[in-house]
Design a protein around this ligand. Structure first.
Ligand code: LLP
Length: 419
């Protein structure tokens, strides 16, 4: 459910017609709907209504825009961060430090120090080596870090290989059967307080069974750890719940179904549950608005060349991801086309042989479900400035990230002294 709907034949974001944003701010541009974000938070919360005081730590990587984070901060969410940069963005947006969980396989000593100095709630450690570094950094500061080990439960999440994280050979976490030894070792290290267990098996999950299997193993581990004398207070179940991208395929499980499964599996765990949803909060709350530069004849189907490129929305070229593509002011005709960007790579293809609204040069087109892992993965390939972002709330809208001018790109480079 989202708030990008047609009124009088024109797609709106809430009460704002998209052509108005395109006319004033140019294209390509990401457009977010605040009401949709708020609605998704409400739905996720309601799905966990039976859970006592869950911490919902938004996965900042999915959309780190300050306006998005501030919207979530006002709703009381915490943050799951994976870098010092994300940590600082979350704090700057008003997310309290104690609601921040620091995940990630490559935290540096400097990032650990930042997290400790800010007093974040929990570090999710991914290796014993990392635990040793955090122990040194925390001891040197005379503080104690609350930590969890992210365990790798060896389940295949059944999603795209590049976004699966819980198989034995994936780089993430420690093997779950080695966890008891790791907790025993950490209990002897100064500056660390092992308070929890964490797991995250992948993203865009469309089946609850792998998560259920992983959570069951986490439940067994908690019992084992407690029997060994550890005090386990938190269980971080990660993120990963999928969202509907393609209306023609069955929708992923709802947050309500996910919440019911979680409550079933975790009954009696007697921990504070932490969740790290990203996509399910912001995915359908954003679109990428782009304009057709021209429609070029193809050998079979025409090429719709739009002014957004793979640098602005990387998902189709990186994961063969499917995004719904709609004309902003459809005329009722359809055609089969390839939708491509202006970048000089064949991979700069958003869709092949797609049945879509017929469009001509100058028309506006929306890539749907682009609020997660959209702008945040954008880059400047082909010397295109970073794509701007706008947020709508009812009949108001504002630019929440400027289009990066080419002058900024040029100015960031330096000539060596000999040139
Ligand atoms: N927690 C951890 C430790 C994660 O690694 C991730 C995502 C999340 C939570 C949030 O997962 P979500 O609820 O958003 O599925 N760029 C890819 C997705 C990469 C996900 C990385 N980790 C894409 O565009 O599909």
């Amino acid at each position: 459910m989202n708030h990008f709907e047609f009124k009088d034949g024109v797609m709106h974001a809430e009460d704002v017609p998209l052509p108005q944003i395109a006319a004033e701010a140019g294209t390509p541009i990401y457009v977010y709907s605040a009401a949709t974000i708020e609605r998704h938070v409400r739905v996720f919360r309601e799905a966990l209504a039976g859970v006592d005081d869950p911490l919902i730590a938004f996965a900042v990587k999915s959309n780190p825009n300050a306006a998005v984070l501030a919207t979530l901060a006002r709703l009381g969410l915490g943050a799951d961060v994976v870098s010092g940069g994300e940590l600082r963005r979350a704090l700057a947006a008003g997310i309290p430090a104690e609601k921040i969980v620091f995940s990630g396989v490559g935290k540096t000593a400097e990032e650990m120090a930042l997290g400790l100095d800010e007093g974040i709630g929990q570090f999710n450690l991914e290796s014993l080596e990392e635990a040793e570094t955090l122990s040194e950094v925390a001891s040197a500061r005379g503080v104690t870090a609350r930590v969890a080990f992210r365990v790798n439960p060896d389940v295949d999440a059944g999603t795209h290989s590049k976004i699966s994280t819980g198989r034995a050979d994936d780089k993430f976490g420690i093997a779950i059967d080695r966890a008891p030894d790791a907790y025993a070792r950490v209990a002897t290290l100064p500056g660390l307080d092992p308070v929890g267990v964490a797991v995250h098996i992948g993203s865009q999950l469309t089946d609850l069974a792998p998560s259920r299997a992983a959570f069951l193993r986490v439940g067994q581990l908690i019992a084992t750890l407690r029997a060994a004398g550890h005090t386990i207070l938190t269980a971080d179940l990660g993120g990963g719940l999928g969202v509907p991208y393609n209306p023609a395929v069955p929708a992923p499980p709802t947050p309500a179904a996910y919440g019911a499964m979680v409550q079933d599996v975790t009954a009696g765990w007697n921990v504070r549950l932490i969740f790290e949803p990203g996509r399910v909060i912001v995915g359908n709350a954003g679109i990428l608005l782009t304009r057709v530069i021209r429609v070029k004849a193809g050998k079979n189907d025409p090429f719709v060349v739009v002014d957004a490129g793979m640098n602005d929305l990387l998902r189709p070229s990186l994961y063969d991801a499917w995004h719904d593509i709609q004309a902003v002011a459809p005329q009722g005709e359809h055609f089969r086309a390839n939708i491509v960007g202006p970048i000089c790579e064949t991979g700069d293809t958003f869709a092949r042989t797609r049945e879509m609204d017929q469009v001509v040069a100058g028309d506006l087109v929306a890539f749907m479900t682009a609020g997660a892992y959209g702008a945040t993965m954008a880059n400047t390939y082909n010397s295109r400035g970073l794509v701007p972002e706008a947020m709508v709330s009812e009949d108001r809208w504002a630019i929440v990230r400027d289009r990066q001018p080419i002058e900024a790109l040029i100015a960031a480079d330096r000539l060596p002294p000999w040139l």
